[in-house]
Design a protein around this ligand. Sequence first.
Ligand SMILES: NC(=O)c1ccc[n+]([C@@H]2O[C@H](COP(=O)([O-])OP(=O)(O)OC[C@H]3O[C@@H](n4cnc5c(N)ncnc54)[C@H](OP(=O)(O)O)[C@@H]3O)[C@@H](O)[C@H]2O)c1
Length: 332
Amino acid sequence: MDDIKGKVCVTGASGFLASWLVKRLLLAGYRVTGTVRDPGDDKKLAHLWKLEGAKERLKLVRADLMEEGSFDEAIKGCQASKAYHSYWDIRLYLFLICYSQQAEILEPAVKGTLNVLHSCKRSRTLRRVVLTSSSSTVRARDDFDPTVPLDESSWTSVELCEKLQIWYVLSKTLAEKAAWEFCDEYGIDLVTVLPSFVVGPSLPPELCSTASDVLGLLKGETEKFQWHGRMGYVHIDDVALCHILVYERKDCHGRYICSSRVMDNDELASLLSSRYPLLPLPQRFERLNRPYYEFNTSKLTSLGFKFKSIQEMFDDCIASFVKQGYLSFVQQ
Ligand SMILES: NC(=O)c1ccc[n+]([C@@H]2O[C@H](COP(=O)([O-])OP(=O)(O)OC[C@H]3O[C@@H](n4cnc5c(N)ncnc54)[C@H](OP(=O)(O)O)[C@@H]3O)[C@@H](O)[C@H]2O)c1
């Protein structure tokens, strides 16, 4: 099977999204090189070594986004076979809260992306780079018609991000723009995946910030979702499958919004309350002055891609919280 699928590389392999992607790639028969900052951290990486096929086809190597040339070795390691495919899922590791300091988030996002792309440029066998961007790079603007769903042609306004001080959104937007400029200049085949808020089981035992936000909501906290307001949601498995699809399909190009459904926080809380009556979900959120929007995901669905429902993503997420001991048993 390895001979058919070849080798791929996933950066930041221990993270929430990346771990699930590694799982899916191994199940699909790929040989995977994952980059992590500390390959000796057995506790942090145990969930990866437990994946089906990991012992035979997973290799973890050290790389740091902020160290120049750090990713060269991982790329080199992917150049062995003739049937080689180099696959880069560049992750930016920056799902920070919106009011983080500007400098803390912007510089690593853009610099880290370009650092990995420089390593890609030095590779002679690289086939395609798949960059995990975010649907937030599409929707933060104040000049669109709310009756027309936003598609991949839409770009977040840098000026609006600065005005509202939404540094995470700005960092993702600038990083994706920088990636497009760099790849255009050096002829690198880039495809970007733009997930909305990712929900689903967490393979790493430590919860990332999005998973912690969801856990908070399920325990009755309002603060984070109050701020998120209206948002798109997508199952973690769909995000991984989308990365693999756009890597494998030669005809894929450009950006792909990956989002199952956009909902207001009130609507989400009421749906979850009726599905999980024992959970102390918030009943009401203060309505912030945010524009209504929908996403047009036809670029992805026209390839035959089918999104899992909101119910499925929260059922799977809640089951995993219960299994990991973050929630006690909740009857559905
Ligand atoms: N989660 C979402 O809802 C969502 C939605 C849209 C887009 N995204 C994007 O998807 C990507 C992953 O998000 P996530 O939620 O999966 O994040 P996550 O779980 O927090 O992943 C963080 C990973 O980043 C690695 N990392 C941090 N600093 C690093 C550095 N300097 N050099 C190398 N690696 C570093 C860490 O790995 P080590 O500590 O092992 O090195 C960690 O495993 C991000 O780019 C995010 O913007 C996420």
